[in-house]
Write a protein that binds this ligand. Structure first.
Ligand SMILES: *Cc1c(COP(=O)(O)O)cnc(C)c1O
Length: 361
C-alpha cells in the first residue's frame, strides 16, 4: 500500500488513520448488513443507530444537555451564513457581527440581505491578525443575536474565550475548531461547523441549536432552510449525507476512545507550541502572522523573508512529503493546519525540515 504523507491542508483535512481503516473495511460490506455503508437507506435500522450514535457522541464529548438539538445538514458553513439570519434575526431584524476574517465577512454579507448588521467588533484595520478585545466591542443590547467566528482559518487567529454578550443569544461559526477543546455550550444559542476541517468529510454540517431558538423559525421559510423542520424530523427531513454522518460517528468515537476533549486540547496545545516556539526562536527568519495572544491552535500562519523563499519552501516541502502548506490566496505566506487528527510527530518533522531549510537558505 502507498505510504501516507503529512497533510497540512486547511480543509478537507486530515482524518484519524483508525477511522479511515474502519471506513475502508465497511466500504465494501458492513458486517452483519451485507451492503456497503454507501448503499444503505437512511431510513434503515443500521443508519438510525449510526446517526443516533453520532449525536450522542457529540453531546457526550461537549457535555450538551437535552435543551439542545444536534442537526446534520448540508450546504456547508456557507448555507449557515444564510440560515442563521433567516431563522434567528426575528423579531428585531438586526444582529451584531464580529468581523475577524474572510469567513466572517461572508457571513455578514448574507446577514445583510435579511436585516441590519451592526459590526460590533472588527480586526480589519489590523489585517485580521488579532481578535477584538472585549472592552472595544460595541454591542447592541437589542440585537437578535451576536455572531462570531471562533477560529479564523485563513488568518490563524482564535478566540481564547467567548465574547461576553449578556443575555443576547450567542451564535458561533466553529467550522475549523469545533471539538478541538471542551467549551461551555450553555453559553451558546447556536454553533455550526462544516465537518471537513476537524470532524469528518465535506458534505455534512453540524448545527447545535438551543431548543428555545427553534421557535423563531417562521413557517414561511423554505422547508430546507427551517431549523425547526430539521429538528422535528431528526435531521431526516430529506436524505442526509449518510457517509458524512457515518464518518463523524467514527471520528467522535475515536475522540472518546482517546480520552475526550481535554486530552485533545492538551495535545493540540503541545503540537501548536512545537511549531510556534520554533518560529519565535528562528531569529526572525520565520515570522508568525497572528499576534501572539490571538494565535490559533488549529491553523499556524507564518511567513519567510520574501515570497521567492516561500515558494521554494513549499515546493521542497511538497517533495519531502509535507503537503498543503501554502497559505490561503487572500493571506499569502504559509499555513500549517494541525487539526485533532494531525499527528504530533508530523509537527516535529516539519520543524526539523524548516530548520534544515533555514540553514540551506
Ligand atoms: C471553511 C470555513 C467555512 C466555509 O465552509 P464551507 O463548508 O465550505 O461552506 C466557513 N467558516 C469557517 C470558519 C471555515 O473555516
Amino acid at each position: 500500500m502507498e505510504k501516507r504523507i503529512y497533510n497540512f491542508s486547511a480543509g478537507p483535512a486530515v482524518l484519524p488513520e483508525e477511522v479511515l481503516k474502519e471506513a475502508r473495511d465497511n466500504l465494501y460490506v458492513l458486517p452483519g448488513v451485507g451492503m456497503s455503508i454507501l448503499e444503505i437507506s437512511h431510513r434503515s435500522r443500521t443508519f438510525e443507530k449510526i446517526i443516533l450514535g453520532a449525536k450522542r457522541n457529540i453531546k457526550t464529548l461537549l457535555g450538551i444537555g437535552d435543551d439542545y438539538t444536534v442537526l446534520f445538514l448540508q450546504g456547508g458553513a456557507t448555507l449557515q451564513f444564510s440560515m442563521v439570519p433567516l431563522n434567528l434575526m426575528f423579531p428585531e431584524n438586526k444582529a451584531d457581527y464580529m468581523l475577524t476574517g474572510v469567513w466572517a465577512q461572508k457571513a455578514i454579507k448574507e446577514a445583510g440581505k435579511v436585516g441590519t448588521v451592526n459590526i460590533a467588533g472588527s480586526s480589519e484595520a489590523d489585517n485580521f491578525t488579532i481578535i477584538p478585545k472585549q472592552e472595544e466591542l460595541k454591542l447592541d443590547p437589542d440585537a437578535a443575536y451576536v455572531h462570531f467566528t471562533s477560529n479564523n482559518t485563513i488568518y490563524g487567529t482564535e478566540y481564547k474565550t467567548e465574547p461576553e454578550v449578556g443575555s443576547v443569544p450567542l451564535v458561533c461559526d466553529a467550522s475549523s475548531d469545533l471539538m478541538h477543546k471542551k467549551i461551555d455550550v450553555s453559553k451558546y444559542a447556536l454553533l455550526y461547523a462544516g465537518a471537513q476541517k476537524n470532524l469528518g468529510p465535506s458534505g455534512v454540517t453540524v448545527v447545535i441549536i438551543r431548543n428555545d431558538m427553534l421557535t423563531r423559525s417562521r413557517d414561511s421559510l423554505p422547508a430546507y432552510l427551517n431549523y425547526r423542520i430539521h429538528a422535528e424530523n431528526d435531521s431526516m427531513y430529506n436524505t442526509p449525507s449518510t457517509f458524512g454522518v457515518y464518518i463523524i460517528q467514527l471520528v467522535t468515537k475515536w475522540l472518546m476512545k482517546n480520552g475526550g476533549l481535554d486530552v485533545m486540547h492538551q495535545l493540540n496545545r503541545d503540537k501548536a507550541s512545537i511549531l510556534y516556539d520554533y518560529i519565535d526562536e528562528s531569529d526572525g527568519y520565520y515570522k508568525g502572522t497572528a499576534r501572539k495572544e490571538s494565535r490559533s491552535l488549529m491553523n499556524v500562519t507564518f511567513r519567510l523573508p520574501g515570497e521567492e523563499l516561500e515558494r521554494k519552501l513549499i515546493s521542497e516541502a511538497t517533495k519531502s512529503g509535507f503537503s498543503g502548506l501554502k497559505g490561503h490566496r487572500l493571506a499569502g505566506g504559509l499555513r500549517a493546519s494541525i487539526y485533532n487528527a494531525f499527528p504530533k510527530q508530523g509537527v516535529a518533522d516539519l520543524v526539523q525540515f524548516m530548520k534544515d531549510f533555514k540553514s540551506r537558505n
